[in-house]
Every structure is written in structure tokens, then in C-alpha cells.
Design a protein around this ligand. Structure first.
Ligand SMILES: Nc1ncnc2c1ncn2[C@@H]1O[C@H](COP(=O)(O)OP(=O)(O)OP(=O)(O)O)[C@@H](O)[C@H]1O
Ligand SMILES: [Mg+2]
Length: 457
């Protein structure tokens, strides 16, 4: 195939895919339902169409035609025979004996015409064939007034009516309704069965998706079990193995760091004790003490970094209360701190971990702000959002990714005297990730840094 044709074909295919993506429902469940229901409906429509067109029309046509012919025969028998009352009675008797078209010869004239039934193939065909086989004679037709019968009256002479009260089955393929009802009924039953089976197949996939999502948000999925078709069970098992490996990894890291920090702490305490017993001048001693204090603070920073928040359960938490408790922790900060939080704002989070993350962001703001700090919390459709802003120097855009790395501190940090390990943002981001969320740094309207944390609800 030539290149442009190939490209055109690919674009068409791509467009078709895009069209489907846009217009199909997004969920697996509804998509599968469509895949089952649409072909079934199309099949039904085609079958019904073919049936009506081919079978029903043809049979009705043949039956109406033969009835029209029989009526034509009766009328010509009358025309050619004697018109005495005995002859008429004889004709009526013979016709009823042999043709079963319910002839009654009556005196009188035709009743006023009935309104034509809307879309009646029987009415249309009968009028056509009566007209054709009994030409030139006025007639009156009723296909719906008498249940199960068609009533045809023909004015054969002045004051003389031939009335045919014929069973509908002589003129009309009456099994159609039954056929269609059966077809619709069985399809409906099949559809219900298909939906039940489909439901059973799809449920394990949905459960796996839910479990993966919950794990991503750091929530408990203890009651999850692999179920369903082999491939789905395999995927679920692989997911569980992966989850276990991650958990084991985190556990090892925590245990190792807890051990190291415990050992170092013991040494530091001993060191401090030895310092106090040392015989040297105060200035040197104070400097050494300050160093030991800093080491201690750093050590605590490292421990906080690896602290395992996995063990903490997510629970419904009042976010405004949580922000107030962060403010309590910052009470000594002389900067002006404002919190905007809509009353009753609550979300499922790990409260201790989240408090820690916000406290880290707020501590940074306190360290860098000139005079003003603003914390705002709100929720949109899918996320809980908390922004922390200050009017400090901010962080230049090209450094905003870098500062999330552990141990990264910028030269612009004005209070270089405040001891910091460069772990605050790394910890906050880690906690946001454990909730399935993220933190984004940008410029604040106040002039400094704006850190926005979003947590999926
Ligand atoms: N609000 C802010 N305004 C300006 N710079 C900031 C702000 N927040 C953080 N930074 C810069 O990002 C760096 C990393 O911050 P991070 O919180 O990770 O570490 P730290 O505050 O230096 O130490 P720690 O939080 O571990 O005590 C900081 O050193 C600082 O330079
Ligand atoms: Mg910090």
C-alpha cells in the first residue's frame, strides 16, 4: 500500500478510536453491558425486519388475495344464477358449507364508512383485493371492530348486501404477534442471564482496581482476595506480591534506621555526659554542646524522614481542627498566620502523618516569611486541597523540583542560623504520596512561596 493511503487509513482508525473513547461510557461495567446489549438489539431488529418484510407481508398478501378471490367467486355466482329467495338461500348454504368465509345475505344498504385504521396492512390488502376481484361494487370493510374476525359487506344489488364475517386467520398471518413476543421474551431472558454472568466476571476486576487505588492512597485492603477468571486472579496475585514486597521494604528500612538512631542516641547521651565532666573553658564547652545538640536535631530529622506512617490507619478527620493543631505547634512564631478553612471540612486521611506534612510546610513558611503566612483549605470535586503561602523570597521555578530531594537546602534560606536538615519538604511529599496525592510549588499572590497539597478524597 502506498504511504499516503497508509497514513490516511491510520488517521481514520485513530479518529474512529478517538470517537469511541469520547462517546463510550468510561466504566468497564457499562462498556461490557453495551458490548452485550447492542449486538443483541441489532440482531433482533434485523431479524424482525427480515421477518416482517419477507414472511409476514408475503403470507398476508397471499391470504388476502385468496379471500378476495373467493368473495369474487361468490359474487359472480350470484350474478350468473337466478335471484329468487330460494336460490339465494341455496347459494348461502353452499358457500358456507364449502368455503367457511361466513356469508350472510342481508337486505339493506351499507353502513357509513369506518375511519381507516392507522397502519394496517390487512386493511390495505383486503381493500385492494376486494376492489380487484369484485370490481365496480361498493363495499364496506371493518378489520378491527369484531375481535378475531374481519367484516366485509358488499352491495351486490340495490337493497341487497352480502356480508362476510370471516375469521382473521383466513386473511392474515396471525402467528406474527406470537412469534415476535416469543423472540422478544427469550432475548430478554438471555439478556438477563448475560448480565448476571457479566456481572460475575467484571466484579473481580473492579475489586482489583479499587484495591490498587486504595493501596495507592495508603488505605487498608486487608479483606482483598484474588477472585474471578484465571488472568484476573493472576493479576490480583501479582498485585498482592508487589504490595507485600513494598511493605517488607518499608519495614526493613524503618527497622534499620530505628536501630541506627537508637545506637547513635545512646552514644550522644554518653557524649553529653562526658562533656559536662570535662575540665575546659566555658566557651569551648558551649560550642561543643551546640554541636551535640545539632547532631541530636539532625538525628531526629532522619528518624522523622523514615518514620513509617504505613501503620497509621486512615480515618475521617476534621481538617480545620488539624490545621488549628498545626498553628498551636507554631505558636512561638511571631509572624502573622491566618487560616481559612470552611467549617465541617473533613476527609479520610492519616491524621498524624498529614499534620506532620502541613507542619513542615508551615515551618518553612514561618522561617522564610517577612510578615505574613496564609493557610487555606478547601475541597473541590475529587480532592482535598491545602495551600500554604508566605511573603518571603520564594523559590525560583528551576529549583522547585530540586528542593523536594532529601538534604537539599537553598542558599537563599535567609535564616541560615536555623538548623535544618533539608528533609522537611521530602517528608511532606512522601506523606502526600502515601495518601495518593501530591504537592506543587508555585508563586504566591503574597509574593513568596505557595505550596499546595492535594489529597484525593
Ligand atoms: N517557604 C519557603 N520560602 C523560601 N524558600 C523555601 C521555603 N520552603 C522551603 N524553602 C527552601 O527549600 C529548602 C528545603 O526545604 P526543606 O523544608 O526540605 O528543608 P529545611 O527547611 O531546610 O530543613 P528541615 O525542614 O528539614 O528542617 C530550604 O532549605 C529552603 O531553602
Ligand atoms: Mg523545612
Amino acid at each position: 500500500m502506498s504511504a499516503p493511503a497508509d497514513i490516511r487509513r491510520k488517521t481514520l482508525w485513530w479518529r474512529f478510536n478517538r470517537f469511541l473513547e469520547r462517546h463510550l461510557p468510561s466504566g468497564l461495567y457499562s462498556r461490557s453491558m453495551l458490548i452485550v446489549i447492542v449486538p443483541m438489539l441489532v440482531f433482533q431488529l434485523i431479524m424482525t425486519g427480515i421477518f416482517l418484510e419477507r414472511h409476514w407481508e408475503k403470507v398476508t398478501k397471499a391470504l388476502s388475495k385468496s379471500l378476495g378471490r373467493e368473495i369474487g367467486l361468490v359474487v359472480s355466482l350470484y350474478d350468473t344464477g337466478p335471484k329468487t329467495p330460494q336460490a339465494l338461500a341455496e347459494l348461502e348454504k353452499t358457500v358456507n358449507e364449502h368455503l367457511s368465509i361466513g356469508l350472510r345475505i342481508e337486505k339493506g344498504s351499507l353502513p357509513p364508512p369506518r375511519p381507516k385504521p392507522w397502519f394496517s396492512i390487512l386493511h390495505y390488502r383486503l381493500s385492494k383485493y376486494v376492489n380487484k376481484y369484485v370490481p365496480g361494487r361498493p363495499f364496506w370493510l371493518d378489520t378491527i371492530g369484531q375481535s378475531g374476525y374481519v367484516d366485509i359487506r358488499i352491495q351486490v344489488d340495490k337493497g341487497l348486501i352480502f356480508r362476510f364475517l370471516t375469521p382473521q386467520s383466513r386473511a392474515y398471518a396471525s402467528s406474527t404477534g406470537i412469534f415476535l413476543t416469543w423472540m422478544a421474551g427469550t432475548s430478554f431472558v438471555l439478556l438477563i442471564l448475560a448480565v448476571i454472568f457479566l456481572h460475575k466476571q467484571i466484579k473481580p476486576i473492579l475489586r482489583l482496581a479499587e484495591a490498587a487505588q486504595a493501596f495507592g492512597k495508603g488505605r487498608d485492603i486487608r479483606d482483598f482476595e484474588p477472585r474471578g477468571a484465571r488472568e484476573v486472579r493472576d493479576a490480583a496475585q501479582a498485585f498482592l506480591n508487589m504490595k507485600r514486597r513494598i511493605e517488607r521494604h518499608v519495614e526493613q528500612r524503618t527497622t534499620m534506621l530505628a536501630g541506627v538512631s537508637h545506637d547513635l542516641r545512646t552514644i550522644l547521651t554518653r557524649f553529653r555526659l562526658e562533656l559536662s565532666m570535662l575540665d575546659c573553658d566555658d566557651e569551648q564547652l558551649a560550642a561543643m554542646r551546640a554541636d551535640v545538640d545539632e547532631m541530636q536535631r539532625m538525628l531526629e530529622g532522619y528518624i522523622a524522614f523514615v518514620r513509617d506512617y504505613e501503620g497509621e490507619q486512615s480515618r475521617q478527620t476534621d481538617i480545620c481542627e488539624l490545621l488549628d493543631s498545626v498553628r498551636e505547634g507554631l505558636r512561638h512564631a511571631e509572624r502573622h498566620l491566618r487560616i481559612a478553612c470552611p467549617g465541617g471540612l473533613a476527609a479520610r486521611v492519616k491524621p498524624t502523618a498529614l499534620r506532620r506534612a502541613i507542619a513542615n510546610l508551615a515551618a518553612n513558611a514561618v522561617n522564610h516569611a517577612a510578615s505574613e503566612i496564609r493557610i487555606t483549605a478547601w475541597r473541590d470535586n475529587e480532592y482535598l486541597r491545602i495551600s500554604i503561602e508566605d511573603d518571603g523570597p520564594g523559590i525560583p521555578p528551576h529549583m522547585r523540583d530540586k528542593v523536594f530531594r532529601p538534604f537539599v537546602r537553598l542558599d537563599t534560606a535567609r535564616n541560615q542560623d536555623t538548623a535544618g536538615t533539608g528533609l522537611g519538604l521530602a517528608i511532606a511529599l512522601d506523606i502526600a504520596h502515601k495518601h495518593g496525592g501530591d504537592i506543587e510549588l508555585s508563586e504566591s499572590a503574597l509574593g513568596g512561596l505557595r505550596a499546595e497539597m492535594r489529597i484525593p478524597l
